[in-house]
Design a protein around this ligand. Sequence first.
Ligand code: KG4
Ligand code: ZN
Length: 344
Amino acid sequence: MLILGIESSCDETAASVAKDHTEILSNVVASQVEEHKQYGGVVPEIASRRHCENILWVVQKALDDAGVMLSDLDGIAVTAYPGLIGALLVGVNFAKGLALVANKPLVPVHHLAGHIASNYIAHPALKPPYLCLVVSGGHSHLVEVLSYTCFRILGRTRDDAAGECFDKCARAMGYPYPGGVHLDKASKSGNPETFQLPKPKVAGNAYDFSFSGLKTAVVNLLHNAEQKGVEICREDLAASVQKTIAEVMTDHTMRAAREYGYATIAVAGGVSANSGVRSAMQQACDKAGYALYLPPLSLCGDNGAMIACAGAYAFDAGIRADASLNASATMELTAWGELARNMY
Ligand code: KG4
Ligand code: ZN
């Protein structure tokens, strides 16, 4: 089975062809990061315009690299939600046009289901059910992956997503956008015990996250130091921030695994590239005797391969869209999974 996957939910225009779900025949990513950097974050209108310019050649190259023609495809999968609406609309409309001319089934994919699927590409042994921590620039979810298209959300962020927290802390510390990766690098030469930062508990649901207090603490710490003329070692602060975020995420995941009886854990999303998160999760899972699956660094960020793979499983589950498909800036992961049941 050959599925073309198209991704344009944020600042990467990406396309890929997956064979039999997990064999990636091509994976093309056109990143806009350099352009958005000068504004300190993604500018939605610029993102949409660049997607418009790039989508044709990106998809064409994905087909060429894979050595397949449109007519060889079994389906066309596209990220339809959630994300920047103008950015999503480019991918969705392009995919609709392709599906129409090639007379192929159109499969709408939830972006987070795509991130979750990145681990299937790298780890054939990983099969549902398991527990997945999905941490990206826009979301922090603790998810029971019950099947390839059926999910239950145990916890989510109440405010900033993990990636947003990394980026905002990094920005306050003077690192360029996207700051998470710079903070990660800096933390390697810092002492994580230097600063004691808050780890907020959230009332109501013990598995929910809250990262905005941590960001505020970092901003206040920097302001106070500046006012007093005290020099802060950026590497030590970076290491302390990273350790705190990694500990919060690991604690939540391990508690949920124990309570819900999961011995198989995965991490996915842009923040799964973070070295502190990866090693904290690995240590905790080794100690508990759990199997841990992490995506390779090449599949942590947004890419078309994860959408093609998730699209293949969604195709199996019967998830389809017609020419009336619209993009949506928001959509629950669980609601997307329910599309499969409503199709029959
Ligand atoms: O999944 P993703 O590529 O896009 C969204 O769906 O949001 O995630 C992007 C986020 C950004 O906030 C970025 O700073 C963060 O992932 N990120 C990292 C690292 N690499 C990417 N955060 C911390 N450490 C990293 N090494
Ligand atoms: Zn993403």
